[in-house]
Design a protein around this ligand. Structure first.
Ligand code: NAD
Length: 500
């Protein structure tokens, strides 16, 4: 019988009762490996009720108690990293080394949240008025929910839950139904770390569960990471229902290569950032913008590196790149390459099944790496987020044309520049319209003590995720104005209070 991947409510695994499930595959073999429960609205309600009861207690836990749970969770994550990575690879398909990288970047957020006593320090103004002191505090929201994508089944939940829990909230996770098992190991580790039951819950599910969270009156805030159309839906529905929402969407990240760039460094970076995790990263580089006469050289340097990449099962230590998440997604990505070719792009390296000279396993949802040259902005392969191992090269004459492309794009997640000219890099940092900028760094995911987020259709809402903005998102401010009674100065005064 197939393993059943269930919910986690009130500190224990709870089998689904909706009668609806979804299949879970190992993308490297194409085989069915499990069935995940899909929660009904009433099951979501049960999870939220348990979370609400737990939140009432957890907000009273001292900062040192919360911090000690976070430290214990960090240790357990370190120890459990091997098991967690295997689960990620088995359901997502990324290679084990990449899965470990995802866990390490998630761990950073746990480490940041360990400092919660420092993070929640408020301000204090003694004698703001005569005998009056004013101070600010930040308090948790109550029950907060996180809805996460398939491509980072551990890191993205940790972006959210570490700060949410450290700040005194109860957190309900709705993971992707495509790779749901890692969420349950996280839940067990939280319990082992001493987190009270109900403070971290998991509801498995699809749109029905998400919409139930968005409608539930006891869910105060929703953090979302996923594709742009769903991010927009989450933001609009959640805010219409009075919730605080941060919804991160898709991306189309440009890498501008100036003529003075070190071509080998730029090509190494382009190959790593375009084909790592088979391009299924929101910070993947999907467009190289070759400026001036750098086009031929960079295309040649990238193509020279591609044959060295080994494509195979992520669980096999020899693989550099694994499969895509599903057969349907693989076919969609291949369809974009067809469209690019029809539209006049040059297919320099072809990763499509039957056309690729690259070796890929016969089973599983594999697509080899693809490099397209002479791509233009009207082509769908340029305009749309593809989310696969397809890198497009657009050739432009000047830096200004490159900047126009970056700033004219629908998305604004990351944008990077490769150059040895400090002035050009400084100008790009100032002018590029994206939330995260890389200067000779191809995947500029901020460290956990900054915050992560894009501009335009890459983010709906006012706050970026994790770091200081995450702490603000999961707390609300309160300002206390206080005076100890002094009969000598007390009198009736109907005027508006002013300082004196
Ligand atoms: P997705 O939008 O299909 O799904 C994300 C989550 O939303 C899942 O939990 C899913 O169950 C849920 N969902 C799907 N359809 C829904 C609907 N109609 N109503 C309510 N909920 C729904 O995204 P995905 O395919 O899992 O992930 C890939 C996408 O995520 C890419 O677009 C990628 O760029 C984006 N992403 C963005 C970031 C970022 O930080 N900006 C990070 C990682 C991934």
């Amino acid at each position: 019988m197939l393993p059943r991947i269930s919910h986690w409510v009130g500190g224990a695994a709870v089998a689904g009762a909706s009668g609806r499930t979804a299949p879970v595959h190992n993308p490297a073999t194409g085989l069915l490996t499990g069935e995940v429960d899909l929660a009904s609205a009433s099951e979501v309600g049960t999870a939220v009720a348990a979370a609400k009861a737990a939140a009432a207690e957890w907000r009273g836990a001292s900062l040192s108690k919360r911090s000690s749970v976070l430290f214990a969770f960090r240790e357990l994550l370190h120890r459990g990293a091997g098991e967690l990575a295997e689960i990620i690879t088995a359901e997502h398909g990324k290679v084990l080394g990449d899965a470990h990288g995802e866990i390490a970047r998630g761990l950073e957020n746990v480490e940041y949240a360990c400092g919660v006593p420092q993070l929640l320090k408020g301000g204090f103004s003694e004698q703001a008025s005569t005998g009056v002191d004013v101070y600010s505090i930040r308090q948790p929201l109550g029950v907060v929910a996180g809805v996460t994508p398939f491509n980072f089944p551990v890191m993205v939940p940790l972006w959210m839950c570490a700060n949410a829990i450290a700040c005194g909230n109860a957190f309900v996770l709705k993971p992707s139904e495509k790779d749901p098992s890692a969420s349950l190991l996280l839940a067990r580790l939280w319990r082992e770390a001493g987190l009270p039951d109900g403070v971290f819950s998991v509801v498995q599910g699809d749109k029905e569960a998400v919409d139930a969270l968005l409608a539930h009156r006891d869910v105060a805030a929703v953090s979302f990471v996923g594709s742009t159309p769903i991010a927009k839906h989450i933001y609009e529905t959640g805010t219409a229902n009075g919730k605080r929402v941060q919804a991160l969407g898709g991306a189309k990240n440009h890498m501008v290569v100036l003529p003075d760039a070190d071509i080998d460094v730029a090509a190494d970076a382009a190959v790593s950032a375009a084909y790592g995790s088979a391009g299924e990263r929101c910070m993947a580089v999907s467009v190289v913008v070759a400026v001036g006469d750098v086009g031929d050289e960079i295309v040649e340097a990238i193509s020279a590196r591609i044959p060295r990449l080994r494509i195979g099962d992520g669980a096999d230590g020899g693989s550099d790149m694994g499969p895509l998440i599903s057969a349907q997604h693989r076919d969609r990505v291949a369809g974009y390459v067809d469209a690019g070719e029809r539209d006049g792009a040059t297919v320099v390296v072809d990763g499509r099944p039957g056309k690729s000279g690259q070796r890929t396993p016969e089973q599983g949802f594999f697509l080899a790496t693809t490099l397209l040259d002479h791509v233009t902005p009207e082509m769908s392969v340029y305009a749309d987020e593809i989310f696969g191992p397809v890198l497009s090269v657009v050739r432009v004459r000047t830096y200004d044309e490159a900047l126009d492309l970056v700033n004219g794009n629908e998305y604004g997640n990351g944008a990077v520049i490769f150059t040895r000219d400090g002035g050009a890099a400084r100008r790009f940092q100032f002018e590029a319209e994206a939330g995260m900028i890389g200067i000779n760094v191809p995947i500029p995911v901020p460290v956990a003590y900054y915050s992560f987020g894009g501009w335009r259709s890459s983010l709906f809402g006012d706050t970026h995720m994790y770091g200081p903005e995450g702490v603000n998102f999961y707390t609300r401010g309160k300002v206390v104005t206080s005076r100890w009674p002094d009969p000598a100065t007390s009198r009736v005064d109907l005027g508006f209070p002013t300082t004196r």
